[in-house]
Design a protein around this ligand. Structure first.
Ligand SMILES: C[S@@+](CC[C@H](N)C(=O)[O-])C[C@H]1O[C@@H](n2cnc3c(N)ncnc32)[C@H](O)[C@@H]1O
Length: 363
């Protein structure tokens, strides 16, 4: 790795780090993924440290903020997450549907709205029920979601079906997650149609940028659903042959309670419904997604896992790669650019993990 210890932090990057502007524009609002970072930060880091055609890596990509900002900035991107839910969302957010696809979905929504009478018995998906994925979801909402999911097969393309699943997921989150009162089935249906319109606007914005730039050759975006520890060039080198020259990432936070994989129902119960809606099995507890519980043993596991992950990430990078992770100190931004150079991690606040990375990279 090159020695990046004298790297200058441009003011634009510091301003982007401190920015409190909400995630908006493009496809960022497709799902309110917990602990998303600011698109402005990701964009500025990408534009500061790479040039068009370079490769950006996010090994803990969550809902794919880095990937979208790489895409619209003309950089290739590789992202991965241990969660299939995260990977599903990131993939949908970075798959650009054509206007013909959007027309098909729009027509489909109008047709199914007429076919959603709640008086009919719903198609109860037994496996999901048996496994408890629908537990505690209010009946009218559960039935409405089931109906819409059952209609998915009438959409011709897989990409169209995935976009619609994501819109159901987002509407379900709006209706169920951390809400004090639940909307009616009719309100759910209206919100679902509005969500799709919002999706179309975001996708059109991305499409316009891609068509107006990059000589009609959109950057390549790879979304994987594996732990950072298992990242391996064989997974992407048929599509992207260069090594990543920048890592923009925010790994799970130690000792912080974040529910990445569940919705919270009335502050008391946790629901696995998001996995049912995106048609992925889960089966893991919260500590799987946070790299360890908040017990002392859990924290040890966390630091061991994150160190091993960064050792693996380090092996994947180009010689002159730069690594600016999001600051972990609960909203208090100190210095936000860390580079892995000859002298290890530079310019960062010293935390256990960065010391871990330092010794991992520079034994
Ligand atoms: C803070 S979130 C990332 C949010 C992301 N920056 C965004 O804007 O949406 C951390 C992510 O790390 C993922 N994760 C936890 N352990 C992992 C591992 N071993 N390998 C890869 N991803 C992991 C979690 O599932 C979670 O999605």
């Amino acid at each position: 790795m090159a020695d990046n210890s004298n790297i200058e932090l441009p003011e634009t990057l510091l301003n982007a780090v401190l920015s409190k502007s909400p995630s908006q524009g493009f496809t960022h609002t497709f799902y309110k993924y917990p602990a998303r970072f600011s698109p402005e930060f990701a964009r500025t880091a990408i534009q500061t440290f790479t040039k068009p055609g370079d490769v950006v890596l996010d090994p803990f990509m969550g809902s794919g903020t880095t990937l979208i900002e790489a895409l619209v900035s003309g950089r290739h991107a590789i992202g991965s997450d241990i969660s299939r839910l995260a990977s599903f969302i990131a993939r949908v957010k970075t798959t650009i549907l054509t206007s013909a696809d959007r027309d098909v979905i729009e027509k489909w929504v109008q047709e199914i709205q007429l076919r959603l009478p709640l008086t009919q018995s719903s198609m109860h998906p037994n496996q999901w029920v048996k496994e408890g994925y629908q537990k505690d979801i209010p009946r009218p909402l559960r039935k409405t979601i089931e109906y819409i999911l059952c209609e998915l097969d009438t959409l011709p393309r897989q990409e169209q079906r995935k976009l619609v699943r994501c819109a159901i997921l987002r509407t379900g989150q709006w209706a169920i997650d951390c809400t004090s009162t639940f909307p009616s089935a009719a309100e759910f249906r209206i919100k679902f149609a509005e969500t799709l319109q919002e999706y179309f606007r975001g996708l059109s914005e991305v499409q316009e940028i891609i068509e107006a730039n990059f000589n009609g050759q959109p950057p390549k975006i790879i979304c994987l659903a594996i732990p950072a520890l298992e990242l391996n060039p064989a997974l992407w080198e048929t599509q992207i042959c260069q090594k990543p020259s920048l890592v923009v990432t925010s790994p799970p936070y130690p000792s912080v309670h974040v529910l990445y994989h569940r919705w919270q129902i009335k502050g008391r119960k946790e629901s696995a419904a998001p996995f049912w809606i995106v048609d992925e099995l889960d089966g893991h507890g919260a500590s799987y997604y946070t790299m360890g519980s908040r017990t002392p043993t859990g924290l040890n596991n966390y630091f061991k896992s994150i160190q091993d992950s960064f050792i693996q990430i380090h092996k994947l990078l180009a010689e002159d790669a730069v690594v600016p992770p999001w600051d972990w100190t609960a909203g208090k931004v100190k210095t936000s650019v860390y580079t892995i150079g000859k002298k290890g991690v530079q310019n960062g606040t010293t935390t256990e993990i960065y010391s871990g990375v330092q010794s991992a990279c520079c034994p």
